[in-house]
Design a protein around this ligand. Structure first.
Ligand SMILES: Nc1ncnc2c1ncn2[C@@H]1O[C@H](COP(=O)(O)OP(=O)(O)OP(=O)(O)O)[C@@H](O)[C@H]1O
Length: 642
């Protein structure tokens, strides 16, 4: 984990390879992808722009009044007209303030509306993306897209976009006004300002790379924080806190250095954006004084020219800041759509099979020629599962046994379509599971994992997670909860401070491992599936509790088909039959007794499980761990009882 946790040399390489490099798609085309989300907000955005433009036009009118004032009443000493002109300037100032306030009010909400709908769409898409996607992507990268990238987009829509458009239009209108005062001065001013566009273009190229790197590095940093908080117990237990901090600092320094480079790039362009208009100003002043002295320009026109040029300074200077904001946003949009464009490779079929009868499938599970290889496994590696054939009868409990890494967990993951088979098929009641909708399939098949994940919610909510149709506090909800907790031997719930309403905390870490496993098992049982898939869900339980849970499962879930990954010999006791997974296929199937008698490979695998279980029990301080002999008698007892 530490290797993944601390990415040092080039943090940007740690995130999944982006599908779009910064320069591969134009900024306008990238930003245009926001339109579908921005559509509901467009009327307000457009009105905001109109208000901002009106403010700009009003501002540009002030020099006109000043010109008339200087060349007219001021020159002739007409006091009444001076008051009138002064009043007009005041009125224009007030109108400008009103339009600016209106613009701010209008653009306040559109950004938040777009941000919220994009965030919801991202979350919905993340839910639909296959497990293979989540295996590949770091959580921090997803987190930074969902939080900081969308924040950038909101700020740009509410502020950057409006100002960018309005400032460019203001500069164009202002340039026309300048030309009307004096074509010569207007030309000098514009020629001096033209390099700003060239500088802006070059700035895009260098800045976009930095923006991308910075946003990726902040995603890596979020991953590091998330993983180190998640793994805080391991770090503390191994005294690796200072080491983790040192490695974290390296990553944080990389981000700081990128942010500094970004600031330097912005300062670089700002230098020109401030200097060029100033230079243009100085040249125009020289030429203007000369033209005024020559009588080609009145004093009022010269004053108005400079008043207009001064008004254009802010829009020109702000171009640097607005461009950097725009390129940051374009990177954010690129990163957002990298996730949104990821294909949902496991989805509902176009023409789903008819749903099962109201009481559900019978639970006949059949594997035929199942072949599977993880997408990131080496090409030269043989397929992990290669020709798995297995029939699990309705109501039967089948244990999957195999050496570590033989693919037991993977085979169970195929049943709920966390991954799809590469070849062959898996059938539920004779229907290929790919012909069922995911909702149908996951209603019929429930899973309990060894690593029991609980959510920050009440025990009640966690256990009834798979039964959204039940009113959690209704009589039926209460009955299902009672039954599931009883089967999973989760009576400890009654001793929790608020019983079933106790919040179990983030990922259920306030509970012991065995308690979490029992709640996760209760959740799978409460889902009332036709097929219950269990990936060693009792591993953290003591032998007595495991035996009681096993007995409850046996009696109460008589009609439920169960596929159980057995990592310990004691778990095999749960099964009617056992399938030995070896070399990518099911090498033997039968009752435990049959396999013990007929399969040397089974005996070898079981004795290696026995060793592991013994070690595990010794580590856990168990008073006794079942050995194969004890297990055999346990199984025989179980078979005898049936
Ligand atoms: N998401 C994944 N991507 C790539 N390879 C994986 C992935 N998950 C598991 N593997 C590989 O597939 C192989 C089988 O893993 P799996 O977890 O199915 O085995 P298992 O029989 O359940 O093992 P164990 O008994 O140790 O739990 C292993 O070599 C593992 O490294």
């Amino acid at each position: 984990m530490l290797d993944r946790l601390f990415v040092t040399s080039d943090a940007s390489s740690a995130h999944p390879v982006p599908s779009t490099s910064p320069a591969s798609q134009g900024t306008v085309r990238t930003l245009a992808r926001l339109i579908p989300f921005a559509r509901p907000a467009m009327p307000r955005l457009a009105l905001g722009m109109v208000a901002a433009l009106a403010a700009g036009v009003v501002t540009l009118c002030i020099p006109l009044v000043l010109e008339s004032l200087i060349d007219g009443p001021l020159a002739s000493g007409d006091i009444a007209q001076i008051w009138a002109a002064g009043g007009l300037v005041l009125g224009l100032g007030v109108a400008e303030a009103v339009f600016i306030a209106l613009r701010r009010w209008l653009v306040l909400t559109p950004g938040t509306v777009v941000e919220a709908s994009m965030r919801n769409a991202l979350f919905a898409h993340l839910q639909r993306l296959p497990v293979a996607f989540h295996d590949r992507w770091q959580s921090g990268q997803l987190l930074s897209r969902a939080v900081s990238d969308l924040g950038l987009i909101r700020r740009w829509l509410s502020f950057g976009l409006v100002l960018l458009v309005v400032n460019v239009v203001t500069v164009v209108i202002g340039a026309v006004v300048l030309f009307t005062w004096s074509p010569v001065l207007g030309a000098v001013f514009l020629v001096m300002c033209l390099p700003i566009w060239v500088i802006g273009f070059r700035f895009e190229k260098s800045y976009s790379v930095l923006a991308r790197r910075g946003q990726d590095q902040s995603g890596d940093l979020a991953t590091a924080v998330e993983e180190s908080v998640h793994g805080i117990r391991v770090l503390k237990a191994f005294g690796r806190g200072p080491f983790a901090l040192a490695r974290f600092r390296v990553q944080a320094d990389q981000l700081r250095s990128t942010e500094e480079s970004k600031a330097r790039a912005v300062a670089g362009i700002l230098r020109w954006l401030v200097m060029l208009p100033d230079l243009a100003f100085a040249l125009c002043l020289l030429a203007g004084v000369w033209l005024a002295a020559d009588g080609q320009l009145s004093v009022g026109e010269l004053f108005a020219f400079f008043a207009t040029a001064a008004i254009l300074r802010f829009p020109l200077e702000s171009v640097g800041f607005l461009l950097s904001m725009t390129f940051d946003t374009r990177t954010a949009v690129d990163r957002y759509f990298e996730v949104m464009d990821a294909p949902v490779s496991i989805d509902d079929p176009e023409d789903p099979a008819r749903p099962f009868a109201p009481r559900g499938a019978t639970g006949a599970l059949r594997f035929r020629g199942v072949r599977f290889r993880y997408p990131d496994a080496g090409r030269s590696e043989p397929a992990l599962l290669d020709g798995v054939d297995l029939d699990v009868r309705p109501g039967e409990t089948m244990a999957l046994v195999g050496l570590t890494g033989s693919g037991k967990t993977t085979l169970t993951a195929l049943v709920t379509r966390f991954h799809d088979v590469d070849a062959g098929r898996i059938e539920l009641d004779g229907v290929d599971i790919r012909d069922l909708t995911l909702e149908q399939l996951r209603t019929e098949v429930a899973m309990a994992f060894e690593d029991a994940t609980l959510f920050s919610a009440s025990v009640r909510h966690n256990v009834l997670l798979g039964r959204p149709e039940l009113d959690e506090r209704g009589a039926e909800g209460e009955r299902v909860l009672d039954e599931a907790l009883r089967i999973a031997q989760a009576d400890f719930v009654d001793e929790l401070p608020e019983g079933r309403d106790t919040e179990v905390g983030e990922e259920g870490l306030s509970l012991s491992g065995g308690q979490r496993q029992r709640l996760a098992l209760a959740r799978a049982v409460a889902a009332a599936p036709s097929v219950l898939v269990m990936d060693d869900p009792l591993s953290a339980l003591d032998v007595d509790t495991e035996t009681r849970v096993t007995a409850e499962l046996r009696t109460r879930l008589r009609g439920t088909t169960a596929l159980v990954v057995a990592h310990r010999p004691s778990t095999v006791a749960l099964a009617d039959r056992v399938a030995l997974l070896d070399g990518g296929r099911v090498a033997a199937v039968g009752t435990h007794a049959e396999l013990m008698a007929a399969s040397a490979r089974y005996r070898a695998v079981l004795s290696s499980l026995d060793d592991e279980a013994g070690d595990e029990a010794a580590r856990a301080g168990r008073s006794s761990a079942p050995d194969t002999g004890r297990l055999a008698s346990h199984v025989d007892d179980e078979e005898g009882r049936r």
